[in-house]
Design a protein around this ligand. Structure first.
Ligand code: ZN
Length: 54
């Protein structure tokens, strides 16, 4: 059985080129809002903000 809770898989899309570069998971409880992380984008060749998409 999976752990109790509501951890969901989300995708992280580059805010500049919209490329989906990462997937991660988060807890709906701890992060009810959409998250954004600074990650390296191979397409932009720099670190950009990656935002959660559905
Ligand atoms: Zn990019």
């Amino acid at each position: 059985m999976a752990k109790k809770g509501s951890r969901i898989i989300i995708k992280l899309s580059c805010s500049q080129c919209k490329e989906i570069n990462y997937t991660t998971e988060k807890s709906k409880k701890n992060d009810p809002e959409k998250i954004a992380l600074a990650k390296f984008c191979a397409r932009c060749r720099k670190t950009t903000e990656h935002k959660e998409i559905k």
